[in-house]
Design a protein around this ligand. Structure first.
Ligand SMILES: Nc1ncnc2c1ncn2[C@@H]1O[C@H](COP(=O)(O)OP(=O)(O)OP(=O)(O)O)[C@@H](O)[C@H]1O
Length: 858
């Protein structure tokens, strides 16, 4: 038996292994033994007890057997028989003849690979080794172990062994689950070992050989274990380690497969996108195609002629397109440049909508949707007339003016709901221009108008440029809504100044948006603004505007608007315009008088819509035979809305009367107020404050209530001073104001009030108190009073007259400065009204107290 030292791990009985030998002496010895064809060649294989190299590539190293070295080998080994040499011809029982390629030119074999079958365990007996006569390979003396077969006498407790056997079988299943080759090998092992449960000792050895990743010392432990239970434990330990390693390998494999799967998926999707893009003519990753298209578009713009696209714009586009050509599509800069170019290219350079020069058409459009508003309509017709007369002139001066707006910006000012915004839309239609509206109410950021600088993340252009993009024409009508609500907090610049640049005809042909940073011609755009209160429009802006004041509507006007526009529109929208439904004039008048008193018609429109919706519900319920709830049920026959059944649709009236007193008491006079919501009657009440220990000459104070703001409070003081002076002039001995403290109140204390226009009313109220005489009971008055007693002009005459008529007044005192406003009022408002114009307070006194030339009375 030729002894060898196995460099990796021991060979277990019952297993077949391959051995590779490179040591020439050992090769020589084995070859010689193999050439002796009479008996098989046996080897005594002892594993090396030196620690194996930790290199993971160790097993790639060819040699796994070398000449026997007793000092570095375990004493328990195995007897193996050389079965065959792969690639060699089998000659005798286990012996072979070498092929030429295994033999070097000089006749020496360089590497020998043997297939060996392990028969049994052996122990190394003699430490003294004798060397054979022919080779330097030492001979060894060994003891063979008994048969590798289980017997209860020698192998311990059978129940423990049975349990261990079951466990081993489980391990075999685990180990072979993912490995078909191993499963096949296990199958043939079990076929050979007849019976359900194979011999436990053989099973241990088989499993020990099956575990590919087992370490040398662990296999040696199996080899040295004689007891069945010891051997089982050693094998189970090996199996447990192997199963753990298999799990780790499986996890890694799954992870790799998943990541490969994901990247494969992405790759396939990208390829598909490319394919779709090329089908759509967008090509490749889009960049080349984009650059090509950009350049083509640029050439087109250059060809539009001088002045259509500014030089700066052309240069900026060229630079950006060149830049984009050198950038990766995935870079953030690429996208920034792309959206910049897109914005520039999407502007309507040289494109404008054909304008309408027909006055007849414009008139028809304007009248179709809006009642009244004559001032606005005339301004538009004048504009069209000027445009039409100049359209064919080609002089330089006209070239400059052609299509450049109206010179001034029209600003529609008036209370809410009088149709400012909606007439804007009709104006655009009548002029044949696109309409774009944006509200600047509460706007405090200048970038909303001028855009952000391109250095900001998510930067974009301002509203005017967006308007050009959206409308795709360079001559739209832009309505800037709520210009009086522009915020001036100034954290982000001053939006009013930006608007100034935009609206100024001498500047806006070179409007420079921060985002685009190239001049854009906005001079073809027609700007209009709307506002509720002119006082709040920044002065420089107001200076550039032509204000068209729209006053609120009175009762007849509202009825007309409702009948001609709002009712038909609401019926159309609700789908009840089938001829069956009718909203009577008395119902509309009732709505206007007792439900909707504000200056505009928005609230009236809402009420009418409420009625038509309810009728729609009744119609549908009736058709479908549905029983409605009590609240929604129709309480009358047919579908005619009248004054009597109006409350079924819109509930009880909100207003009853404006008149607080049929006959105002002493110290109470009716004034007239006006706000953006319209006009209203406003009583001024005065009372003397009675003190328990009243002493003459200790008064003179005045207490004010009624939620009055600064200007109105000052007005009280002025009125008090005037009343003292006038009383003194009228009745020089009357010391009423010196003797009494006075309380002046303006009812409806919850509503804040401001403005100087109640000056003459307050004075009259105080004088009525002092003279202990009531003012004329049917009088209402409005006017500011100066310290010297002059009566100054006030605003909102129309609204105030409407309110006065509503409150049943027949005598009106107005400042002389408002005579023109009165003259312009429609006749039906003036009818039956006795009006007096006062230049100073004397006139007011004469009318209120029905006293001719009062200063000469005493
Ligand atoms: N003279 C009118 N003729 C026909 N309809 C009108 C008239 N005035 C107002 N309306 C209608 O009243 C409604 C409200 O008008 P719009 O929204 O234009 O008011 P506004 O003056 O712009 O109000 P705000 O100041 O609150 O913006 C619209 O449906 C409009 O059609």
């Amino acid at each position: 038996m030729i002894p060898i030292t196995l460099t990796r791990k021991p060979i277990l009985p019952g297993t077949i292994s391959s051995l590779t030998i490179t040591n020439p002496t050992l090769i020589d010895t084995i070859t010689k033994s193999l050439e002796d064809h009479t008996s098989p060649t046996y080897l005594a294989a002892f594993a090396s007890n030196e620690p194996a190299s930790s290199s993971p590539f160790n097993h790639i190293n060819a040699e796994n057997a070398r000449p026997f070295d007793p000092n570095s080998s375990y004493v328990v080994g195995s007897m193996v028989q050389v079965h065959s040499i792969p690639g060699a011809v089998q000659i005798g029982p286990g012996n072979v003849e070498l092929q030429d390629e295994d033999v070097e030119a000089g006749g020496d074999v360089k590497e020998l690979t043997l297939l060996v079958i392990c028969h049994r365990r052996i122990n190394l007996n003699s430490p003294n080794l004798s060397t054979s006569s022919t080779t330097s390979i030492p001979q060894v003396n060994v003891t063979h172990w008994g048969p590798n077969k289980y017997s209860p006498e020698t192998c311990g407790d059978p129940s423990t062994v049975a349990a261990l056997t079951t466990e081993l079988l489980t391990q075999v299943r685990e180990l072979t689950i993912d490995n078909p080759a191993m499963r096949e090998s296990a199958q043939s092992f079990f076929n050979k070992e007849s019976g359900d449960k194979p011999d436990v000792l053989k099973l241990c050895d088989y499993l020990g050989g099956l575990v590919a990743g087992a370490k040398g010392p662990d296999v040696q432990a199996v080899l040295e274990a004689g007891e069945a239970s010891d051997r089982c434990e050693a094998v189970l330990k090996m199996c447990a380690q192997e199963i753990k390693a298999i799990e780790v390998r499986r996890e890694i494999k799954e992870k790799i497969e998943r990541s490969i799967g994901e990247s494969n998926r992405k790759f396939v999707l990208r390829e598909m996108i490319k394919e779709i893009q090329s089908e759509l003519g967008e090509g490749g990753d889009g960049k080349d195609e984009y650059v090509k298209r950009g350049r083509k578009e640029l050439e087109r713009l250059k060809g539009l002629g001088k002045g259509v696209v500014g030089e700066e714009a052309i240069k900026a586009m060229e630079t950006e397109i060149d830049k984009i050509a050198s950038l990766a599509p995935s870079s953030s800069e690429y996208n920034v440049s792309k959206s910049y170019i897109d914005t520039l290219l999407s502007l309507p350079w040289g494109i404008s909508s054909p304008e309408n020069y027909s006055i007849a058409f414009a008139q028809e459009v304007l009248d179709r949707e809006h009642y009244g508003m004559e001032d606005v309509k005339s301004a538009i017709l004048e504009f069209i007339a000027v445009q039409s007369l100049n359209k064919d002139k080609n002089t330089e001066e006209m070239e400059d003016k052609k299509g450049k707006g109206m010179g001034k910006i029209i600003c529609l000012a008036g209370p809410p709901g009088v149709g400012k915004t909606s007439i804007g839309k009709s104006i655009a239609e009548s002029l044949g221009r696109e309409f774009y509206r944006f509200s600047v109410g509460g706007l405090s950021d200048v970038s909303e108008i001028k855009g952000h600088r391109r250095t900001y993340v998510g930067a974009m252009s301002g509203k005017p440029i967006q308007c050009l993009k959206t409308t795709s024409v360079s001559n739209p009508l832009i309505l800037i809504d709520e210009i009086d609500k522009l915020s001036s907090s100034g954290h982000h610049g001053d939006p009013a100044s930006a608007l100034l640049e935009l609206l100024d005809p001498s500047q806006n042909s070179q409007f420079r948006d921060h985002y685009l940073d190239v001049p854009v011609d906005m001079s073809d755009v027609l700007f209009m603004c709307t506002a509720n209160q002119l006082e709040y429009i920044p002065a420089p802006l107001l200076d550039r505007m032509e204000v068209v004041q729209l006053s609120g509507y009175d009762v007849p006007e509202k009825i007309e608007i409702a009948e001609r526009y709002l009712v038909p529109k609401a019926m159309r929208e609700a789908g009840v315009d089938n001829g069956k439904v009718e909203i009577g004039e008395d119902a509309i008048e009732s709505l206007v008088r007792w439900y909707c008193r504000e200056a505009g018609v928005r609230n009236l429109e809402k009420h009418i819509q409420k009625i038509t919706r309810k009728i729609a519900l009744h119609l549908v319920a009736e058709e479908g035979g549905v029983e409605l709830k009590e609240k929604d049920k129709k309480k009358h026959e047919g579908y005619a809305v009248t004054e009597d059944n109006l409350s079924d649709y819109v509930g009880k009236p909100i207003f009853t009367t404006d008149r607080l007193y049929e006959t105002p008491p002493i110290g109470t006079v009716m004034g007239l107020a006006w706000s953006s919501m319209g006009g209203s009657a406003l009583y001024i009440e005065s009372q003397k404050v009675v003190k328990t220990t009243e002493k003459l000459g200790e008064g003179g104070g005045i207490k004010v209530t009624g939620n009055l703001k600064e200007v109105m409070k000052e007005s009280v003081q002025i009125a008090h001073t005037n009343a003292r002076r006038i009383l003194n002039a009228y009745q020089s001995g009357n010391s009423f104001f010196d003797d009494h403290n006075i309380h002046l109140h303006v009812p409806e204390g919850a509503t804040p009030k401001d403005g100087p226009s109640a000056g003459i009313t307050m004075t009259t109220s105080l004088l009525s108190l002092a003279l202990d005489r009531p003012a004329r009971e049917d009088i209402a008055m409005t006017g500011e009073i100066s310290l010297a007693g002059l009566v100054l002009r006030i605003g909102g005459v129309k609204e105030k007259v409407i309110a006065a008529r509503r409150a049943g007044t027949t005598c009106l005192v107005l400042p002389e400065g408002n005579m023109r406003d009165w003259d312009e009022l429609p006749d039906y408002l003036k009818e039956g009204m006795e009006v007096h114009f006062a230049e100073d307070y004397q006139k007011v006194f004469e009318v209120a107290f029905m006293e001719e030339d009062f200063l000469t009375t005493e």
